[in-house]
Design a binder for this molecule. Structure first.
Ligand code: FES
Length: 176
């Protein structure tokens, strides 16, 4: 009987350790899953789908470029979701019934907000005086490229715009 004692103790020791390890794993794994939950999932910081800007007929043919706010109905990241997030602004220009274009209101030089100069009939950036033609072509100033065009389409009489942000301070147009 006494010879069995060390085996019994060893068995109890191993069993207790195994049980302890099992309970530990059972508690730690779900906790780690909760902490690391967003890891590896695709993070969405801005909508890549076209955004609705309303009826296309509100943009008059031949009128001066009209500024519109670009608002995403929903922006999500791994932890939060926000509604009606202002992504930026764009100028819409309609030159013919089926010819409508959008220009980003972000200056390609260093990212200030450009404005329409009604007297000069062109765009002006107030930060460092870059000027752009009504069609967005570069005129004067430090900007190395013209204004950035944004993709637009008309679906069921409504204007759809896809927001794209481009790298500032570069002659080439690279989305960021
Ligand atoms: S940010 Fe527009 S000219 Fe510099």
């Amino acid at each position: 009987m006494a010879a069995d004692e060390p085996d019994r103790r060893k068995f109890l020791k191993v069993t207790t350790c195994a049980l302890g390890a099992g309970v530990g794993i059972a508690l730690v794994v779900p906790a780690l899953r909760i902490v690391a939950a967003p890891a590896g999932t695709i993070t969405v910081t801005g909508p890549s789908e076209p955004l609705d800007l309303g009826l296309v007929d509100k943009f008059r043919i031949g009128a001066e470029p009209r500024k519109v706010e670009v608002i995403a109905p929903m922006v999500k990241d791994a932890w939060t979701a926000a509604r009606n997030v202002v992504l930026g602004a764009a100028y819409i220009r309609r030159t013919a019934p089926d010819k409508i274009e959008a220009l980003s209101a972000v200056c390609p030089h260093l990212g200030c907000a450009i404005g329409w100069d009604p007297a000069a009939k062109n765009f002006l950036c107030p930060c460092h005086d870059s000027r752009f033609e009504a069609d967005g072509a570069r005129m004067t100033g430090p900007s190395e490229r013209g204004l950035d065009p944004l993709p637009v389409s008309v679906v069921d009489g409504r204007l759809q715009l896809t927001w794209v942000r481009y790298r500032a301070g570069s002659a080439s147009r690279e989305p960021v």
